[in-house]
Ligand binder design. Structure first.
Ligand code: FES
Ligand SMILES: [Fe+2]
Length: 376
């Protein structure tokens, strides 16, 4: 492990030992080091729950899509038994990718030699293999990963050893339960890539400091920086209330149990490591982040509507496209700035504005801090 990685790990441990409100920004290498990115892949993305999107993207038996997490090709299916599966999308013959894109299909035929699998990953056809001694189709399956659905979000755990999600989120639940997040109907999901480190995007989505300056015409009139309120975290999530400007019109319809306070704010929350969400009264916006290279992140993002509305309006989608474009611009120049050898990190702002970033550092510290001993 080189000196830089050790310095990053030490900085994480220091952040972990510092009170929220007194922290400073991590060294640039945290966002630019390839070696540190390898540690993240190995010790975070292979070991923790990674969100892929909303479970109702595969609503009916036969629905499927493909995606990838840290280079692992994944096939998400809903089989006849009603269960959602996340399968390795790598053929058991010579390792080609089996399925691509998304759609409706109950048989997946590898385009190399036509080995064919069903939605559970079972091999059901392998042409010209009958004369091969000892070959038995029934013993051939695509590996299947552990899956959990939490509040309608679909998570995968590659190493199969992560603790269940729901108990870990017990402290977040009181803040989100009135938004009826599990019932929201997915309107669309898009996959895109931005030229920034995945953590820059996770931090950006979860801090209110930039709202006025980066989004002067979109978010500032709606959720100004000065109305952000930090939600203390137990280390499993980060969150803040993004209150609406008093002059902004009501944003109904509302889920039935939403309080008057909740009707006037969006709850912004992140589940470490890779899911960030804006829960507004009638719309849910989510981004699932997956590191591509150190300097680029793959994003599956979408919006889900209240059941009584049923779909996302063109206006809502256009608004978020604009907000995303504004963030993308800043995050791609940020990534360029972080390449500098002369960047000397500054302090984080107050808990209401950047406490959520400190919470994410603390999570990262529990996995990768210098006080953590890696077990293989
Ligand atoms: S690699 Fe898939 S059928 Fe040969
Ligand atoms: Fe933003």
């Amino acid at each position: 492990m080189n000196a830089t990685v050790n310095e990053i790990r030490e900085a994480l441990t220091e952040a972990n030992n510092t009170a929220i409100g007194n922290g400073s920004v991590m060294p640039a290498a945290y966002y630019t080091s390839d070696e540190f990115a390898d540690l993240e892949a190995e010790h975070i993305f292979r070991r923790d729950w990674v969100c892929l999107g909303r479970a109702d993207e595969v609503k009916e038996p036969g629905d499927f899509y493909t995606t990838e997490v840290i280079g692992e090709q994944l096939l998400v299916t809903r089989a006849k038994d009603g269960a959602v599966r996340v399968l390795s999308n790598v053929c058991r013959h010579r390792g080609n990718i089996v399925a691509s894109g998304k759609g409706k299909k109950s048989r997946f035929s590898c385009s190399y030699h036509a080995w064919t699998y069903d939605s559970t990953g079972q091999l059901i056809a392998a042409p010209l293999m009958d004369d091969v001694p000892g070959f038995n189709k029934s013993e051939c399956k695509l590996p299947s990963f552990n899956v959990e659905i939490w509040e309608g979000f679909l998570f995968v755990n590659l190493d199969g050893k992560a603790e269940p999600i729901a108990p870990r989120m017990s402290e977040l639940m009181p803040f989100i339960e009135n938004y009826d997040i599990a019932d929201r109907i997915n309107g669309f999901t898009e996959q895109t890539t931005w030229q920034t480190n995945w953590k820059c995007l996770a931090e950006n989505f979860m801090e209110g400091y930039h709202l006025d300056v980066t989004h002067p015409k979109t978010l500032k009139p709606l959720t100004p920086t000065g109305l952000c309120e930090y939600v203390p975290s137990d280390g499993n999530f980060n969150a803040y209330f993004s209150y609406y400007d008093p002059s902004y019109p009501e944003r109904g319809p509302f889920p039935p149990n939403l309080t008057d306070k909740e009707k006037r704010c969006s709850l912004m929350f992140g589940l470490f490591p890779n899911l960030v969400v804006a829960a507004a009264p009638s719309i849910l916006i989510y981004l699932c982040l997956s590191p591509n290279t150190t300097n680029s992140v793959n994003i599956r993002w979408g919006m889900s509507a209240l059941p009584e509305i049923g779909d996302v309006t063109d206006e809502q989608r256009e608004f978020m496209n604009q907000v995303n474009a504004e963030d993308k611009l800043k995050l791609e120049t940020l990534q360029k700035g972080l390449q500098s050898k002369y960047f000397n990190p500054g302090p984080l702002s107050t808990p209401d504005l950047e406490g959520t970033i400190h919470d994410m550092y603390k999570y990262m510290a529990t996995r990768l801090g210098s006080h953590v001993e890696f077990n293989q």
